[in-house]
Design a protein around this ligand. Sequence first.
Ligand code: GLP
Length: 277
Amino acid sequence: MQVVIQPNAGAAADLVAWIVAGQVRTQPRSVLGLATGSTMEGVYARLVELNREEALDFSRCRTFNLDEYVGLPENHPNSYRHYMNHHLFGKVNIELRNTHLPNGMAEDLAAECENYERLIKQVGGIDLQLLGIGRSGHIGFNEPLSAFNSRTRVESLVPATIEQNRPLFKRDTRMPHQAITMGVGTILECRRCILLATGPDKAKIVAQAVEGPLTSMVSASSLQMHPHCTVVLDVAAAGQLKGMKHYQRLFENDPKWKAFRERMSVGDTAPLRTSVC
Ligand code: GLP
């Protein structure tokens, strides 16, 4: 696991978008794993800009989202399908038929979960998976006690998650208490994972996930076992990490981040170079 700390949330989102752009440029047929949540909005906004201004081409990409609420139709403003269409799919040159989210309205939810796993396998697995982190330590909607080898399934949301996400629902809308989520095992099989967390509210759970023990009580701690995982944080979310200074030094001296460091030092107008890092 590598921890990369950026000065603010904008720079952290920029770095994640830069990694995704490098992936798509070097492998135009990439299978991208996508995440929702307010933290990811900055990443998608940057990817939309790169698509418009620097011809970042999504036309051959396929995508799989981590999760979807059970019982919300696609066109519901709180569905993750709606979120993805609004923030990314409707604004870049991706084929909608190549974008996948679990169907939370399926009559047979167990069959839907199995089918989602099958689809991911059929395309050869996920090349790059974006992840946020919930206050409960979840990745996707893998709540505490999710087995590290769990697969796509229906998960019941814990009170901390309901409390975190309820403000996004209008007062008269009942927030679902269940969701379909890729399992921790499904996520660990992705070839590369990028977890993005920003803001002081995430500092405690980030420290538990990154420096705490491996435990199914914090699903994100499973990423310590992933062979290619990058955790991108702003200074606020990194605030409780014991090794903060060490991670910062590593980033400053690591040649694989040189192109990004140079781009940031000359400002946002510098072209985004193709890079694999
Ligand atoms: C939801 C998603 C998670 C995401 C989390 C973070 O719960 N299911 O995948 O990590 O939101 O949300 P935010 O970025 O708004 O803090």
